[in-house]
Design a protein around this ligand. Structure first.
Ligand code: HAM
Length: 434
């Protein structure tokens, strides 16, 4: 197949056989967010590049190496969004949402773009469900946002995710920690990988996150942020844990969770799965108390998370989690001839108005081919319309599971009689189950 007709590297089509699962998962996410008082925000797929440089951070891999950046026809530098937080904060400020009161609680379901080396669970176009809450620095808000993510995993039936939390402090205590860590790392500087050498100056804490074995060896005994938290940050972190305990949400403190984006302060967390390979983080988030101000707004504490849809689906597949199947087609109307096809169209339309899933022939196919299709889509009932049926204004409804037939009129009572047939069939099915 010619290259131009293949999806670009790192992207995937979501086909009908999978899209129903996506929709079901998204419905649960939307519902859980709504239960917690979050409202949806939709922001552009692309923003000015500067927005991401100033928020996600110009020392991060995402901004330095992974953004899809181009000049538009007006010579502006534009980037496809690599994540959702920056756009949400920009929209919050531009539309003065904070004037509507606090907390502002937003969620989004978006596609994101990162030019990464692709592997299972790591794509160049991927999808995130994210939540962001603005206007509270209280530790209960941290626990609440973690509980939201946790609630989604529970509702999806996902087992065995490990919630790992850490505090990376505020700019004051972190800068003291950075100094100590830098001094510690300077001693074995020559063994650091190229990327970590670059990080040493600007963001040494990110070195703790490096997967290169030599860096891991060096940082094994490195000082940890937890020991350098100021009183306020330590108290905050302790309180977050107390709220998680109160909500019976299991977690462990992992002092190596530092996150890969620059805006974080205080609490950071990840949900990690043992069912994924190297890309084991299904969900990541934390506080970013300085970002709104840094982007030109008033000092506004904030926090959030995002979970990767593709990784979530991989975990669900590994755990063989079945979601409820979509409603089957209740009726397939087969027809012979133009007049019968017209009648079939009118009757299926009548069912659609009553929100009943029904189909009729739209391909002018033979009766045999139509019945084969009805079988393939698993229609609950079929109805065959021909000249006879039209003349008598009556037809035989066939219940496909048992082959039983029952008469049905094709006039005004069609809907009522069809609903009665469904009820009868469902009670028969229930009877045969018990
Ligand atoms: P992140 O850790 O960069 O955080 O991404 C969040 C999640 O998106 C990851 O845990 C992962 O499941 C998924 N993800 C990231 N990159 C890829 C990829 N290349 N392919 C597939 N899935 C991927 C953020 O994006 C922050 N904005 C989260 C946040 C919101 N923090 C506060 N508010």
């Amino acid at each position: 197949m010619a290259a131009w007709i293949q999806a670009p590297k790192g992207t995937k089509d979501i086909l009908p056989k999978d899209s129903e699962n996506w929709r079901l998962i998204e419905d649960i996410m939307r519902d859980e967010a709504a239960i917690h008082g979050f409202q949806e925000i939709r922001t552009p797929v692309f923003e000015r590049t500067e927005l991401f440089e100033r928020s996600v951070g110009d020392t991060t891999d995402v901004v330095q190496k992974e953004m899809y950046t181009f000049l538009d026809k007006g010579n502006r530098s534009i980037s496809l969004r690599p994540e959702g937080t920056a756009g949400a904060v920009r929209a919050l400020l531009e539309n003065a949402l904070l004037n509507e009161g606090i907390p502002q609680k937003l969620y989004y379901l978006i596609s994101c773009y990162r030019y990464e080396n692709t592997q299972e669970g790591r794509q160049r176009e991927f999808h995130q469900f994210g939540c962001e809450a603005f206007g509270t620095e209280k530790p209960i808000a941290d626990a609440e946002i973690i509980a939201l993510a946790h609630g989604i995993f529970e509702r999806l039936g996902i087992r065995g995710l490990s919630l790992e939390i850490n505090s990376i402090g505020c700019p004051q205590c972190r800068s003291k920690y950075h100094e100590t860590l830098r001094t510690f790392l300077e001693e074995s500087k020559e063994a650091l990988c190229h990327t970590c050498l670059e990080r040493l100056d600007k963001n040494p804490m990110r070195i703790l996150d490096c997967k290169t074995p030599s860096c891991g060896e060096i940082t094994k005994d490195a000082p940890i942020m937890k020991d350098y938290l100021c009183n306020d940050c330590a108290e905050h972190f302790f309180a977050v844990q107390s709220y998680l305990d109160a909500a019976d949400i299991p977690y462990k403190v992992n002092t190596r969770i530092v996150r890969g984006l620059d805006y974080y302060t205080r609490t950071v967390f990840e949900f990690i799965s043992g069912d994924l390979g190297a890309q084991s983080t299904v969900c990541g988030g934390g506080r970013y108390d300085g970002l709104v101000k840094q982007m030109g707004g008033a000092q506004t504490p904030a926090l959030g998370f995002a979970m990767g849809m593709e990784r979530l689906l991989l975990v669900m597949k590994a755990q063989q989690i079945q979601l409820p199947q979509p409603a089957v087609c209740r009726l397939y109307i087969a027809s012979l001839g133009k007049a019968a096809q017209m009648k079939g169209f009118a009757l299926s339309n009548m069912l659609h108005h009553a929100a009943i899933k029904a189909e009729c022939d739209i391909c002018d196919r033979s009766l045999k081919a139509q019945m084969k299709y009805a079988d393939k889509i698993g229609a609950m009932f079929t109805l065959v319309l021909g000249d006879n049926e039209l003349q008598q204004n009556k037809a035989e409804l066939k219940y496909m599971r048992t082959g039983e037939t029952m008469p049905i009129t094709l006039g005004n009572d069609f809907l009522t009689e069809f609903l009665a047939a469904i009820t009868q069939a469902e009670s028969l099915a229930l009877g045969s189950q018990s």
